[in-house]
Each structure stands twice: as structure tokens, then as C-alpha cells.
Design a protein around this ligand. Structure first.
Ligand code: HPA
Ligand code: ZN
Length: 346
């Protein structure tokens, strides 16, 4: 660490950390159900008399051993969300939480597999309910939400095609992208090229999880085989500097989720996380929470931890928010409104 950064960290006082925590934030990478407070899911399970007690620890938080088990617990928690109304209630809870954290614009991964089993007509009903709830939250808190339809990698390429069809049929001002999640260790990015091509042809913007669990090759595959303009995580690109430079040259934006990476053991601690190194080498990095209650994080915590660890001050974090606004999949009018809110004077 250079002397200037060391000094910046030493000079940070509580007041500055408070200002940093309160910055307006643009968050590009969240999984909708993964933002559900455990108390919300437990309440819904009780209402519907569904026993998912194994998904929780004694203290009420989500319980899982590792990433693959996390995905199982995630799906168990999601199983209590049955109707469009359930998803609307979830949307209200999620956006209230995000707004409390200073998020002014959020993109979230929405899964037609969990909303009507991949059927387009059913998906439209779920989407309608979610959008209505998001409009109410926007009026109440000023937060803007947009949806990215997510194929789930471990469900395989055939399901991904159905998912992409749901995405293509509802593409527009609100469903703005396609972004694959799920188990990165299953199959290849190119197995999903058909789904991504369909989405691209429908005018959707593209992102995929890569380089969270697998290495630089997976990141290159995402760019070359799926032609994404953003990557979820991408952080393991750091193990090959040529890949890092490719990301910088092609202006691929990384949706980095430092707290998630540390919690799941992708890196042992935040000071060993490559986000600062990637930024310094010219990669467009942004900051998100992924699945905040699962990883015991919030956007406020992320910002404060990055400030304390890397000396990121208000100027750097505002710059990162502008990068995120620039890479957001929304239309230009929405982007201009976000950028205006990021100006320190506003
Ligand atoms: N990573 C990948 N897939 C997911 C996640 C995640 O954090 N959450 C839900 N699906
Ligand atoms: Zn993710």
C-alpha cells in the first residue's frame, strides 16, 4: 500500500465514515430473493405452513455450509414465495431495505423459474405484481428498480432457453437485461449462447456470473462466447493480468460484491480482495451486495469497509457510483436522473 493511501486511512474519522455510509449508491448486482430478510421468509413459511426450519440457524439467520449448499438453501427459502402477491410483498421489503442503505438505483436478478415455472403468461403476472410494488416504493422512497432476467446455470441450457424467451417477451424499459446466475462450476458459458443470443436480439443487455469460482478463462469465455458487457464478480481475473487488461480495454464493467466474496471464502479477507488492484489497473469496478442478508452485509457496510481497508474516500466512491450509473442497463433518461443525484451538490 502506498504512503498516500496509508495516510488517507489514518485520517479517516467517524464523521467521514458516516458521510461515506450515507452516500447515494447505485447497485447493479442483487438477487431478488437473496435480498429477502430471513424474518420475511420465516413469516411467509409460517403463514403457509411450510417447514423450511432447516434453512435457518437458531438465531434466525440463514444456515448453509458452502456455496453449493447456499444455492440449495436459497432455493428452499424461495420455495415459500408462491404467488405474484408474495413477490410483490418481497419487493416492498427489499426496496425499503435498499432505500435505508442509500441505494437510489438498483438492478435485480429475477427468475421466471421461480415465478411461474418458466411459463411466459405466468411470468407476466408475477412481473406485473413486482413492477407495481416497485412503483409504489419509488414514490415512497425515490428508489428506482430495474429487472434482469436470470437463467440459473445449474438448471441447464434448455431451461435457460425458456427463461430467455420470458425475458425476450417482456423486454423493455423495466426488464432491461439477461444475466446468468447459479453454479458457475456447472457446464460452460457457451452452452448458454442460444439463450444469450435470443436476449440480445430482443434488445436486452447482457451480463453473467463468471470468475467468482472459476478463473480467468471463465471470464474470457463470458466475454467471447456470450458477448456480455458486464460480468458478475469477475474477480478471479486477477490471476491473469492479460485477462485484466482485456477487461480494461474492452471496458467491461465488473459487478463486484466484496462482502459476498469474503463471506463465501473466495478471498480470505477484504484486504486480500483484488477490487482495489483491478480499479487501479483500469478495470471498471462497481460495488454490490449480491444477497445481503445471506452474507451478513449491507451497502452501507460495504462502503465503510472499503473506505477503512483501501482508503476509498467520497471522491473515489462517487466515481464508482458514476461508473455504475454508466453501466446500468436502464434508458438514458433514467441514467441522467441517477447521475444528477450523484452530484455532491444535490
Ligand atoms: N451467485 C450465484 N447465483 C446465485 C446467487 C449468487 O450469489 N444468489 C442466487 N443465485
Ligand atoms: Zn450474484
Amino acid at each position: 500500500m502506498d504512503e498516500e493511501t496509508r495516510q488517507r486511512i489514518a485520517d479517516m474519522d467517524e464523521e467521514q465514515l458516516h458521510r461515506i455510509a450515507n452516500l447515494p449508491k447505485v447497485e447493479l448486482h442483487t438477487h431478488f430473493e437473496g435480498c429477502a430478510p430471513p424474518v420475511f421468509i420465516r413469516g411467509l413459511a409460517a403463514e403457509k405452513k411450510i417447514d423450511i426450519s432447516k434453512a435457518f440457524k437458531a438465531d434466525g439467520s440463514y444456515a448453509y455450509r458452502d456455496f453449493v449448499h447456499f444455492l440449495e438453501v436459497y432455493e428452499a427459502a424461495t420455495s415459500v414465495l408462491k404467488t405474484p402477491e408474495d413477490f410483490a410483498r418481497l419487493c416492498t421489503a427489499v426496496l425499503e431495505q435498499s432505500a435505508e442503505n442509500g441505494v437510489i438505483y438498483q438492478e435485480t436478478f429475477l427468475s421466471p423459474d421461480f415465478c411461474g415455472g418458466g411459463d411466459v403468461a405466468a411470468w407476466r403476472e408475477y412481473l406485473h405484481a413486482i413492477q407495481e410494488a416497485a412503483s409504489v416504493a419509488e414514490r415512497a422512497h425515490g428508489i428506482v428498480l430495474r429487472g434482469i432476467v436470470t437463467p440459473i446455470r445449474h438448471f441447464g441450457p434448455d431451461k435457460a432457453k425458456r427463461t430467455a424467451l420470458c425475458a425476450a417477451e417482456t423486454a423493455g424499459d423495466w426488464i432491461v437485461g439477461l444475466g446468468m446466475g447459479g453454479d458457475e462450476n456447472k457446464g460452460k458459458q457457451r452452452d448458454f449462447a442460444y439463450a444469450f443470443d435470443m436476449a440480445r436480439e430482443a434488445g436486452l443487455r447482457l451480463t453473467t456470473h463468471a470468475g467468482e469460482w472459476r478463473g480467468p478463462e471463465e471470464v474470457r469465455d463470458a466475454v467471447n462466447d456470450l458477448r456480455v458487457e458486464r460480468i458478475g464478480h469477475g474477480v478471479r481475473a486477477i490471476y491473469d493480468l492479460a485477462t485484466v487488461d482485456m477487461l480494461a480495454e474492452r471496458e467491461i464493467t465488473l459487478e463486484v460484491c466484496p462482502g459476498s466474496n469474503v463471506f463465501l471464502g473466495v478471498f480470505p479477507s477484504l484486504d486480500q480482495h483484488p477490487i482495489d488492484q483491478l480499479r487501479r489497473r483500469g478495470v471498471k469496478v462497481t460495488v454490490s451486495t449480491d444477497d445481503p442478508p445471506f452474507f451478513h452485509t449491507t451497502m452501507r457496510d460495504e462502503y465503510v469497509n472499503l473506505a477503512k481497508t483501501f482508503g476509498w474516500d467520497e471522491a473515489i466512491l462517487t466515481d464508482i457510483n458514476k461508473t455504475a450509473a454508466g453501466a446500468a442497463f436502464c434508458d438514458q433518461t433514467t441514467r441522467d436522473a441517477i447521475l444528477k443525484k450523484l452530484e455532491p451538490s444535490s
